[in-house]
Ligand binder design. Structure first.
Ligand SMILES: [Zn+2]
Length: 183
């Protein structure tokens, strides 16, 4: 079996039941816990939207989104059902720079300053299972960047939340056409 890791994108309260609550988000968290338990020997890497209060993606700054995932708030926390699997060195933050929108977890950094890609390299990972919220934005961008970087990428459909069901259903075949496997 190829060296594999699970990447959990933005399973954070603001995307589950907060300011940007997404469809199928609570179910995605439950299914993610099941996936991790079934594959208990695999490393689990968490990607977290982590914004300053004046982030450029927020409406008051002229951006498209309501304030969300502000660092230090409940809305920016990983869902508690996932806490048993969270390790600091495998937790990556993105969107930290007020001026830069960052949908992809690929350039996220952990507390030690290592990027997601760097840590995947250290773990000698070849295949990634990508799950999380939302299909159309951060899951999509993270999966595509990983594919471009040479990883084999599988997206686990049951473990996804989305902004709209139509958007979710439109994106999945596009990902598949690019070479990402849907499971
Ligand atoms: Zn954000």
């Amino acid at each position: 079996m190829m060296n594999t890791a699970i990447i959990v994108v933005d399973e954070l309260y603001d995307f589950i039941d907060g300011s940007m609550a997404c469809g199928h988000a609570a179910e995605a968290v439950e299914e993610t816990v099941n996936l991790i338990r079934k594959n208990h020997s695999l490393p689990v890497l968490f990607v977290c939207d982590h914004h300053p209060a004046n982030h450029s993606s927020f409406v008051e700054q002229g951006g498209p989104w309501p304030p969300h995932c502000v660092a230090g708030t409940h809305g920016g926390d990983i869902h508690e059902a996932l806490h048993p699997f969270v390790q600091e060195e495998l937790t990556f933050f993105k969107g930290c720079d007020p001026a830069v929108e960052q949908y992809s977890g690929f350039d996220g950094h952990n507390a030690a300053g290592q990027s997601l890609a760097e840590v995947l390299g250290l773990l000698e990972v070849e295949l990634v299972y990508v799950v999380g919220i939302a299909t159309e934005y951060c899951v999509r961008n993270t999966a595509e960047d990983l594919l471009r970087a040479g990883f084999k990428v599988s997206v686990i459909k049951d473990c996804l939340g989305y902004v709209t069901l139509d958007g979710h259903e439109a994106v999945l075949p596009e990902l598949e056409a690019e070479g990402i496997r849907l499971i």
